[in-house]
Write a protein that binds this ligand. Structure first.
Ligand code: FRU
Length: 500
């Protein structure tokens, strides 16, 4: 058999694999990384607390969703991957695809540090090219300053990627004399016939108050030349020193800006003046008050705007895996001008036998529900609050009565562990809850609140209870108005194409 080097040398088209492409190395870093993952996979697979329907890599560490795009009938998900361990480091782009947002095919690692001087592939986004094929953009780390690079697919399954010789497509010099600190995470969109990119960073004031989102416009169809338009958004918030992973996109006739400010992501709904490069917010909220971070966006064949988020699990290195993707969420803007997020309805395909409970008042002490529970579960419930101080569910309760998480509505606020998000004082609270081994998601009142949280439970903790605490002099506890629950089957994670 020919070695990779002599094979490449023998090809008349060897120039397509010249410096700048990803393919020419004799000891392919891609192969090495994938072999390391396959060797580590059995350990991760054997962990009884590994989620079964939240997307996760074959093994080891993931963080941000990258380059999310719907193309030729497939949802493509790239993601920040450490192939060599289950803590952050060695950033590559992992890749998987799905027809239904639930069941996945793992594909070969898509992008890895390959060019001279490159040692990590940080986050980025995708956009359709003028030739009808996607392009991805990412932050290349390794030189004195981060650079924005582009990669081009070599096939319609988006398995092979090349980095054209014209890279980098953007460097700090685009900002004139100014330096944007922590400049990274390109996100792309098209509007009125032009292609745009935003990147996050900050204006260098270490005391805070200068998190920035910068806007660039493509100057050619190839998307290889870009012009800086200005800071489309500056967050004059003392608590914010930097912005990561900005997403700027149109939704229901408005513009939405998502930011990752080194604490829970926030959203702004507003308007965008592209000529002046200014985004003006009209409403603002926390995207997810739990442990989700680093958003990305895609628009699918049905025109749905899909939100992707990294879900932390905060595990020690010995577990052999760490983190998931939050269930993809469908976004819309409510009549009140605030964002709504609902889990993709495709997850209903995992439901087992339905269990219902009759409506009625709730008892004071937690009531363990017979026939409801387990570690892969969906619950849909409706409460009327009365004067109750708090009501809700205990999740993955041990036999001794200790829950891994309490999901409560307390005086108009959703509380999951220490995470809190305000819902308002209303008559009815409709809650949807998803338990998946070490992960929990809660959605309230048609997606007004959405919250992802890791769960620390042991395999024995399978109980599920409902509770209500009366509100002192104001009297009555809460009532359960409706209740349905389903055990959820595992989704499919197919490894058969995770090979070269
Ligand atoms: C967000 C982030 C990005 C960066 C990537 C590196 O979680 O810090 O800003 O590109 O992760 O893995």
């Amino acid at each position: 058999m020919l070695s990779r080097r002599s094979f490449v040398g023998a090809l008349p088209v060897a120039s397509s694999l010249a410096a700048g492409s990803q393919g020419g190395e004799p000891e392919s870093p891609q192969r090495k990384a994938m072999e390391a993952m396959l060797a580590a996979a059995p350990k991760a697979e054997a962990d009884p607390e590994r989620p079964v329907y939240h997307f996760h890599p074959p093994t080891n560490w993931n963080n941000d969703p990258n380059g999310t795009i719907f193309y030729k009938g497939w949802h493509h998900l790239f993601y920040q991957l450490n192939p060599y361990g289950s803590l952050w480091g060695n950033m590559h782009w992992g890749h998987a695809r799905s027809r239904d947002l639930v069941n996945w095919e793992h594909l070969p690692i898509a992008i890895w540090p390959s060019a001279a001087g490159e040692n990590a592939i940080f986050s980025g986004g995708a956009i359709m090219g003028a030739d009808g094929r996607p392009r991805v953009f990412y932050t290349s780390i390794g030189r004195a300053q981060p650079e924005q690079w582009m990669a081009v697919p070599t096939d319609d399954e988006l398995i092979g990627w090349e980095k054209p010789d014209f890279n980098p497509v953007l460097t700090q010099s685009a900002h004139g004399g100014q330096t944007v600190s922590q400049w990274r995470d390109p996100f792309l969109f098209r509007e009125a016939g032009a292609a745009y990119m935003v990147c996050g960073g900050n204006g260098g004031r270490s005391e805070g108050g200068s998190g920035q989102v910068h806007l660039y416009r493509a100057e050619n169809e190839e998307l290889s030349r870009w012009r800086h338009m200005g800071a489309v958004f500056e967050y004059r918030d003392r608590e914010t020193y930097n912005i990561e992973c900005p997403n700027l996109f149109k939704l229901d006739g408005k513009w939405v800006l998502l930011i990752s400010p080194h604490r829970p992501c926030e959203y702004f709904v507003g308007s965008l003046d592209l000529a002046r490069a200014k985004f003006t917010p009209e409403s603002h909220g926390v995207l997810d008050a739990g442990d989700a971070y680093a958003s990305n966006i895609s628009v699918d064949g049905k025109g749905r705007t899909i939100l992707w988020l990294w879900g932390r699990t905060n595990l020690p290195a010995e577990r052999g895996w760490n983190s998931v993707m939050v269930m993809p969420r469908i976004l819309s803007i409510g009549a009140d001008g605030f964002l709504r997020q609902l889990p993709a309805p495709e997850f209903e395909s995992l439901r087992g036998k339905e269990k219902t409970l009759p409506a009625g008042p709730l008892p004071e002490s937690p009531l363990v529900l017979d026939g409801v529970g387990g570690d892969a579960l969906e619950v849909e419930a409706e409460f009327s609050g009365g004067g109750a101080a708090a009501f809700g569910f205990e999740v993955r309760r041990s036999e001794e009565g200790n829950p891994a998480a309490v999901v409560a509505i307390e005086r108009g606020t959703l509380a999951v562990g220490s995470a809190r998000t305000y819902l308002g004082r209303v008559d009815r609270y409709r809650m949807r809850l998803f338990v998946d081994k070490a992960c929990l998601e809660v959605y309230v009142n048609d997606g007004l609140a959405a919250l992802y949280s890791p769960l620390a439970a042991t395999p024995k903790d399978q109980g599920f209870a409902v509770f209500s605490r009366a509100g002192g002099s104001r009297g009555a506890g809460a009532r359960l108005e409706a209740f349905r629950a389903w055990p959820l089957r595992p989704a499919m994670f197919d490894l058969s194409r995770f090979k070269l």
